[in-house]
Every structure is written in C-alpha cells, then in structure tokens.
Design a protein around this ligand. Structure first.
Ligand SMILES: [Zn+2]
Ligand SMILES: [Zn+2]
Length: 255
C-alpha cells in the first residue's frame, strides 16, 4: 500500500491512500492545477481515484471540491454535519457516520469525532491489505476515545500544528492564538508527542507529522519533539509539507 500526502497545512490539504482496487482521496483542499500536478508527481493517475472522503468543511480541506465534482464522477463521502455546512448532500454525496465504518474502494474507513471548530469534523482509521492507518489532523485534543480507536495502527498521520512558544510569542492576533490553542483548534507538537507516547507499539512502522503551521512551527522542532518518543525505536518519522508531496510505502500484511 502507498499513501501520498499531496499537501498538508493551512494553505491546502489532500492525501491519497492507494489500495489494490484503486485510490481514495482524503480532502480536496487543492485547486485543479496543483492537484493534477501533485498526483502526477506521485504517479497516481486521476482515473484511479474511486472516491473522495472529506474530514470537515474548512476551505483548506474543500476548496478544490467544486472543480473535483465537475471533473470526477465518483462518490464523495462526509458526515451529515459537514454536508450541512457545505450546503447539503451534493450530487454524488454520501453520508459517513462517526463511529461506523464504511467500505470505500475496498478499504474500511472509520470516521472518528475530532475536536475542532467545524460542524462535525472527523479523523479516520483506514484498514485494508492487513494494514491499519490513522489519519488525524484538525483537532484541538486527542481524546481517550481517539486514543482507543487509533491503537494498533501501522502508520499514523498525526497533526503537529504548532510549537506552543512560537504560537504564544508569534505574530498572530490574540483571538486567533486562543482559537488555535483551544480544545477546538489544532494540536501542538507537545500534544502530538504525548498522544504518540500512548500510541507507540511494536507494529507501528511510520509516523508522518501533518498540518504544520508555517508561522508557528518548523520541521526541526517537530522532529526533536516526536523523536523523544520514537528515539532508538523502529518507527520511521517524516514531516509532511505544504509544497512537496510525500509518499509512504507500507508492506501489506506486516505484523
Ligand atoms: Zn486544516
Ligand atoms: Zn480545520
């Protein structure tokens, strides 16, 4: 199985999980030209995309949606709250229910409740080919429920949005700082580190740090923070970026 982070961050998000049956796009926060270029760069043909799954309605996750709907006639899945925020279940729209798995392109996709200032935001556990992936960004906290459901993943794509000191002393207005650091904002490096400390287990192979803030974080800090938990272990760490796609290969049927 291959997972491609096409882009990650507040300027646009999209991730592709390639299964044997095809590919599923998670979020469509890229315009048509960038989406096409990033797919080409990672070797995914647009016709391979069999479905789009949306995490929530913020523009960095859905701004490419109108064009996607015109270009691709594939099912688009989101929670009822996300569809409401987007103006109703669109043509080809399908409902996801938090806590209830759906089968999408041969993969099991379980939406989980994220804690974020959107109507019904979701993280996901994706299973297929003997592999279990956790996708969690845009959440202010990692709840006990999320920790429970994300246990046993072979790869975790986990938000590390900001360094708390960089946010605190950075250029953002106080209201925005408060929003980001709140329970309904974004995960700090320290929160991600603590969650990862609870989620590391012998079969975890890969961690990808996601949704880094350009202003309030830097990859070296993320590597240092998460490295504390992963040091000396068997887990590979990568940091996803806004500008460059990143591909993770996972051997199917790994223990
Ligand atoms: Zn976002
Ligand atoms: Zn968001």
């Amino acid at each position: 199985m291959r997972v491609h982070v096409l882009a990650s961050g507040s300027a646009g998000n999209a991730l592709v999980v390639e299964s044997k049956e095809g590919a599923v796009l998670f979020d469509c926060g890229l315009g048509p030209r960038v989406l096409a270029a990033r797919l080409r760069a990672v070797g995914v043909h647009p016709e391979q995309i069999l479905a789009l799954v949306l995490s929530h309605e913020h523009s960095d996750h859905v701004k490419g949606l109108p064009h996607f709907q015109k270009r691709f006639s594939v099912p688009i899945l989101a929670t009822g709250g996300t569809w409401d925020a987007l103006g109703g279940v669109a043509c080809g729209g399908e409902l996801l229910h938090l806590g209830r798995p759906s089968t999408v392109a041969g993969l099991s996709v379980l939406p989980l409740p994220a804690s974020h200032d959107a109507v019904e935001p979701a993280g996901f556990v994706v299973e297929g080919g003997g592999l279990r992936l956790g996708l969690l960004t845009d959440t202010g906290v990692v709840t006990e429920l999320l920790l429970d459901r994300l246990a046993g993943c072979h790869a975790l794509f986990l938000e590390t949005n900001h360094d708390l000191d960089m946010l605190r002393f950075g250029p953002y207005p106080p209201v925005l700082k408060q929003r980001i650091a709140s329970r309904h904002g974004h995960l700090s490096n320290a929160q991600a580190r603590d969650a990862l400390g609870r989620l590391v287990h012998p079969a975890l192979r890969q961690v990808v740090a996601m949704h880094l803030s350009r202003e309030n974080n830097c990859p070296a800090l993320v590597e240092q923070e998460l490295g504390c938990v992963l040091r000396g272990g068997h887990v590979k760490l990568a940091v996803a970026s806004q500008e460059e796609p990143l591909t993770v290969h996972l051997e199917e049927g790994e223990p």
